[in-house]
Design a protein around this ligand. Structure first.
Ligand SMILES: Cc1ncc(COP(=O)(O)O)c(C=O)c1O
Length: 358
């Protein structure tokens, strides 16, 4: 049975978007492609409020995270960690032979600007990596406030994983001084997995040019050279780009504010549902994600049984991630889901819980 996905990626893909994915292919070194590429870049720049280049990569988001580390770290990386995806930055740095330190907070807590400042004043770091929305805990870190602190250190490159926030929450790349802001397409963008977008500042590009061993696939300097011709270095996933063009056109026509307001509305409804049913919210108060709700399973429901019952009725949510597998469950409300979709899911969950089936 087909299940409507309320998991934090991949998400539901609307029929009109699925149709765009099957657009007849074109050559990726043609004028037609260059026009498409330029159009998509301009729309992404509007989405991110930036004049920086925005590159298109045929990879999942983790590939670009690795690219960030290889291109932007020569001295030492400060990895801000509040969950499993923050850990990933640190692991990638280590596996690529880069010096790195981890600044960890307890699961469920957010990174605070003063912690970042205290670490950066040491002068040890030339790059700092943040997970905007920590999908494993449901914490949304205070990106704008952290960015304000990082700005005080002009020699530090600020790299932001916005995999589970871009498209669902406002990100002002230029105003906040984000050097690299990356996302993959299977969450807020409402597209299938396998594609990533990332903005790169002039500062990050200048830095990359000085860093040896940037690798081949994610060399930012090469991306920039090709982008100047409105192309990608290697053959891109054209179906993703056709569909991305279509999605962005719809959002910009509808107004981004409405998209973000819809996400906030869904998040508030989901949080209210959880607390009204005797659950708690896992993230510390004031830092709850707007794209997914991580519920602290204080009622001790059997999440596997709940999901199995949901599956029989055509829905799917997510168990906790990693260390939080048993302790939490996650309901994603992002991409093109609406408040009606969410209300339908929550109603079905109520039925299952009332029947004592989980
Ligand atoms: C916050 C965050 N960062 C990174 C990733 C990894 O992205 P991808 O699976 O596209 O490589 C995910 C995936 O769930 C994520 O949620």
């Amino acid at each position: 049975m087909r299940k409507k996905l309320f998991i934090p990626g991949p998400v539901e893909v609307l029929p009109d978007v699925l149709e765009k994915l099957s657009t007849p292919l074109i050559g990726h070194r043609t004028q037609e492609y260059s026009e498409l590429h330029g159009r998509v870049r301009t729309k992404l720049q509007r989405l991110l409020s930036t004049h920086n280049k925005v590159f298109l990569a045929t990879a999942s988001g983790t590939g670009v995270m690795e690219g960030c580390v290889r291109n932007c770290v020569s001295k030492r990386l400060l990895s801000l960690i509040c969950g499993e995806f923050g850990e990933r930055w640190y692991e990638i740095a280590k596996l690529n032979g880069k010096a790195a330190d981890a600044l960890r907070v307890d699961l469920g807590k957010a990174i605070k600007p003063e912690m970042v400042k205290n670490a950066l004043v040491s002068g040890k770091y030339d790059a700092v990596a943040l997970t905007h929305n920590e999908t494993s805990t449901g914490v949304m870190n205070p990106l704008a406030a952290i960015a304000d602190v990082v700005k005080e250190f002009p020699n530090v490159i600020f790299m932001v994983d916005a995999v589970s926030s871009m498209g669902g929450a406002e990100i002002k790349v230029d105003c906040w001084g984000i050097d690299v802001c990356l996302s993959s397409t299977q969450k807020g963008f409402g597209l299938p997995p396998g594609f990533a977008v990332f903005s790169v500042s002039e500062k990050a590009l200048r830095k990359a040019a000085t860093v040896p061993n940037r690798g081949y696939y994610f060399d930012f300097v090469t991306f920039n050279e090709y982008d100047d011709k409105n192309q990608t270095p290697t053959t891109p996933s054209l179906p993703h780009i056709f569909a991305l063009d279509h999605q962005l056109e719809k959002w910009l026509t509808e107004g981004l504010e409405r998209r973000y307001a819809r996400h906030i509305e869904m998040a508030q409804a989901c949080r209210h549902w959880a607390t009204a049913r005797g659950f708690a919210l896992f993230p510390e108060a004031g830092y709850e994600s707007v794209t997914l709700t991580t519920v602290d399973n204080t009622r001790g429901v059997n999440v596997a049984a709940l999901n199995a019952e949901l599956g029989k009725r055509g829905f799917m949510i997510s168990a906790g991630y990693g260390r939080l597998k048993e302790q939490t469950f996650r309901i994603a409300h992002t991409g093109d889901l609406t408040l009606d979709d969410l209300s339908e899911l929550l109603g079905v969950m109520d039925d299952i819980l009332a029947q004592g089936k989980a």
